[in-house]
Design a protein. Structure first.
Length: 482
């Protein structure tokens, strides 16, 4: 059975690139009837925070995809240590007692080559095992390092599902650390030990992790288990072609920015799925079931995926378009359920699912994001008072015409049933009686009841507002004109 994992480090909010990695893993697992694992890689105790962990989990839960198994690396440290010492007992690792400053140790532990081109420490690497045991027994601190083959330059080869066959010489790999001097596992050791123990079959992650894979292949070989199949995903880049990053681009890359703006979870998943992957049918608006059915690693591209945004607008136009398409397709009940929190956030008293089930036919088609309810539906909850009187004046008309139109509207609407059909019949007849074009009658009414020229269909809006509210607003407009 295919088993995949998403393994974020809780050092900040959920990056859109991290969300894409989770989504690709989830789609791959569901497409193949496999298992989706969420594993929190929290062994970097100095940088991890519970607030970041909560933020990441909140972002993932908002996607409404879920996962099958959950683990925290910090609860599995004994497993990591046991795996590291098993490698040591095979003679494939050594204790390095070299005194290190904190900065040097952190660099070495992170698997980075030091500025001097450090690869290994011959004195420590060739230290007699008995001497190594004696020094350790005396309590002398050490870093446990992997013994990268030096006798002959071997090629560590990775057959990646996206980038193909890639290789690196062992002569270019340093003796990277497995355990820090405090006994805690490094990222490389913890990740591989967990992947082996959890029987991960495929690793889908960002392209920036490809360089780590060569070290991980060596660890898996040392543990005597097959390395998972890898598929490294293309980078996400900004319009200037720089790598999308939290430090440079800020909230633009945060999943919560999309959530708080009123993106639908499945619309966001649809958009992110198209960043570096192409379905065979070339369609863009896809349901979750369609994404699961179509997703394969063969569709993942090597080229970087760009997210278009500006300083004025943090959202890619395609993301907004997709959200609008998904929003319009929502059943009325679901639309009402999802829009109410944004209406309440806008301060609309009386905002309820029942109310928005009535309003949905009037506003759903006019919204791109759920937060648009604040401007699209405001007049259903707040009396319009700030529009200029000139907006009440119809085209090729004057204030006197607007006054006649509003007075006639009050007259005819006071004597008919207040439903859409009766309202339309009465107002169209009134236009003829006044010898006005229908637009010259309808515009003053629309502005009076909505506070704007561009609003939902007039007759349905009047019905939804009710006779009392409509008359109160017509009276206010007449006072402005007079």
């Amino acid at each position: 059975m295919i088993r995949v994992r998403f393994a974020p480090s809780p050092t900040g909010y959920l990056h859109i690139g991290g969300a894409r990695t989770f989504i690709f893993n989830w789609l791959y697992a569901r497409h193949n009837g496999g298992v989706m694992i969420l594993r929190i890689d929290d062994t970097d105790v100095e940088r991890n925070t519970e607030a970041s962990l909560r933020s990441i989990q909140d972002g993932l839960e908002w996607l409404e995809l879920g996962w099958d198994e959950f683990y925290r690396q910090s609860e599995r440290l004994e497993l990591h240590r046991k795996a590291a010492w098993a490698i040591f007992e095979k003679g494939l690792a050594y204790r390095d007692f070299t005194p290190l400053s904190n900065q040097d140790e952190n660099a070495s532990v992170a698997g980075e080559t030091t500025p001097g081109g450090w690869l290994f420490n011959p004195g420590m690497r060739e230290l007699d095992r008995a001497e190594s045991d004696r020094r350790a027994a005396r309590g002398e601190p050490f870093v446990l390092r992997f013994k990268v083959p030096r006798e002959s330059r071997q090629q560590v080869t990775v057959s990646d599902e996206v980038y193909g066959t890639v290789s690196k010489s062992t002569g270019d790999l340093e003796d990277f650390a497995l355990l820090r001097s405090n006994g805690l596992p490094t990222y490389h050791m913890a990740s591989c030990a967990d992947d082996a123990d959890l029987k991960i079959t495929h690793i889908l992650r960002g392209q920036e992790h490809l360089a780590n894979t060569f070290k991980h292949v060596l660890i898996f070989e040392a543990l005597g288990v097959p390395a998972p199949i890898t598929a490294h995903l293309p980078l996400l880049i900004a319009p200037d072609k720089s790598k999308l990053s939290k430090r440079v681009h800020g909230p633009v890359v945060s999943v919560t920015t999309y959530r708080d703006a009123g993106f639908l979870p499945h619309a966001f998943v649809n958009f992110v799925s198209l960043l570096g992957w192409s379905p065979k049918n070339d369609r863009e608006k896809l349901s979750l079931d369609e994404l699961v059915s179509l997703f394969t690693l063969e569709g993942v591209n090597r080229s970087n995926a760009m997210i278009n945004f500006t300083d004025q607008d943090p959202f890619d136009p395609k993301a907004v378009w997709l959200n609008a398409e998904h929003l319009r397709a929502l059943p009325v009940e679901e639309f009402a359920r999802r829009v109410v929190p944004f209406a309440q956030q806008a301060g609309f008293a009386g905002a309820s699912e029942e109310k928005f089930r009535v309003l949905a036919p009037l506003i759903q088609e006019r919204m791109r994001l759920l937060r648009d309810v604040a401007t699209v539906a405001d007049f259903f909850f707040v009396e319009p008072r700030s529009y200029p009187a000139e907006d009440l004046v119809p085209q090729k008309g004057d204030r006197a015409m607007a006054v006649r139109a509003l007075r006639k509207a009050k007259e005819v609407l006071g004597s008919v049933p207040f439903d859409r059909g009766s309202i339309e019949t009465a107002l169209r007849a009134a236009a003829g009686q006044l010898e006005l074009k229908t637009g010259q009658l309808f515009q003053p009414i629309r502005v009076a009841v909505c506070g704007k020229k561009n609003a939902p269909p007039l007759f349905e809006t009047l019905e939804a507002l009710g006779r009392e509210t409509v008359f109160r607003r017509l009276d206010f407009a007449l006072e402005m004109l007079q």
